[in-house]
Design a protein around this ligand. Structure first.
Ligand code: HEM
Length: 350
């Protein structure tokens, strides 16, 4: 059994762990291991939104093709995924999630790509464009995989670990964030939105938390597939709706429940919840206390303990607690409930 925290980031704990001495998790899980030379990674969410009752406007198709072409340029991301959903305001949203393990390469790439995505040529009002980026140091994020199939940032890792100890109990995510050994990861002052009605920039918040929590039912068949689709997914969907619609009451600034799409634009048997939180503590509290996640957590624990590595349903997540300086949010022509714009007080009708 290994520690989820790599040796080069291990420190003498001044913060409590919730792992019991001699803890033996009831099922195996793994974390991404990055080369010690990787100091920081970049996770960038490029989004575009348009009214879902029509075809995508030409400006959207061109922008997505230009972004895909830019992603294959030198210094482009080491991994890029595309996902889609319809948001609460009825806008089809397509998000490209791009990852780098080298900030210098991202900086060289992002000047031209950022201007392409958020330039004035996209301010026509036919579609909204946004960019949400975190660039956490390796001490500020953690990953967890129920199996050996990599997703997201883990594609850029050297390897996956062997079985780790810090999981399958509440508080495991905090125990896996290296900085959590010595820092309570408490939230700073709330985010601030600046700009005019068309282009808005959000100044980040110290220790803002981001989670991408993914489900992959590609390999499932028969009873296992039925169990996931009929019993687990509807409960997950209810939890995602709660975070989307009422999350702000418990510290969730914004939540998107998305399906991954392949290169032809077809839906894959893979989804993820992606949300911005005031703090890791707020996220943990929801995971531990909300009936929906409590129910799927309990069911998944039982199922993973019985099936072990034979389980075909694959789960993973990546959780980041970012410094304010490591965040960037910009929205061009987006409706007011988009992403971090939701930190503004709701507009009062009439
Ligand atoms: C079908 C969907 C899901 C299932 C089956 C599931 C199940 C689980 C399980 C089994 C764990 C414990 C993992 C371990 O430590 O070994 C866990 C942890 C966690 N999950 Fe989920 N989950 C799902 C979706 C989500 C989503 C969408 C979110 C948030 C957007 C989320 C947030 C969390 C968090 C924050 C933890 C860590 C809790 C802690 O460390 O105290 N989960 N989940």
């Amino acid at each position: 059994m290994e520690s989820a925290i790599p040796q080069h980031l291990a420190a003498s704990r001044t913060q409590p762990t919730r792992m019991k001495p001699g803890w033996q998790p009831p099922y195996p899980s793994f974390v991404a291991r990055f080369a010690p030379s990787v100091a920081r990674v970049v996770m960038a969410y490029f989004g575009v939104q348009y009214r879902s009752d029509g075809e995508p406007p030409a400006i959207v198709r061109t922008a997505l093709a230009d972004l895909a072409a830019a992603c294959s340029n030198a210094d482009g991301p080491g991994q890029a995924d595309r996902a889609t959903y319809v948001d609460e305001a009825g806008y089809r949203t397509i998000v490209t999630v791009a990852y780098w393990d080298d900030v210098a390469r991202h900086e060289r790439w992002s000047a031209a790509a950022g201007a392409m995505w958020l330039g004035d040529q996209h301010a026509s009002g036919e579609a909204g464009f946004f960019l949400e980026v975190v660039r956490p140091s390796v001490a500020r994020f953690e990953t967890l995989f129920s199996n050996d199939r990599r997703e997201g940032i883990a594609h850029l890792a050297d390897a996956l670990s062997g079985e780790v100890a810090e999981h399958a109990y509440w508080g495991g995510a905090r125990d896996r964030v290296p900085l959590g050994q010595t820092d309570p990861l408490a939230p700073g002052e709330p985010p601030v939105v600046t700009g005019d009605g068309v282009r808005q920039v959000v100044r980040g918040q110290h220790n803002l938390c981001l989670i991408r929590s993914g489900q992959d039912w590609t390999g499932t068949e028969g009873d296992e597939r039925r169990m996931y689709l009929d019993e687990v997914e509807p409960v997950l969907g209810a939890g995602m709706d709660f975070l989307r619609d009422e999350g702000r009451t418990i510290g969730c600034h914004a939540n998107r429940y998305m399906r991954l799409i392949d290169e032809n634009g077809d839906l894959m048997d893979k989804s993820f919840g992606m949300s911005w939180w005031r703090s890791l503590a707020d996220l943990d509290r929801w995971a531990q206390d909300h009936a929906t996640h409590k129910a799927i957590f309990g069911q998944a624990m039982k199922y993973l303990s019985t099936m072990g590595p034979a389980a075909r349903l694959r789960l993973y997540h990546e959780v980041t607690v970012a410094d304010a300086e490591e965040q960037y949010f910009e929205y061009l022509g987006c409706h007011p409930s988009t992403g971090m714009l939701r930190v503004l007080p709701a507009e009062v009708a009439g």
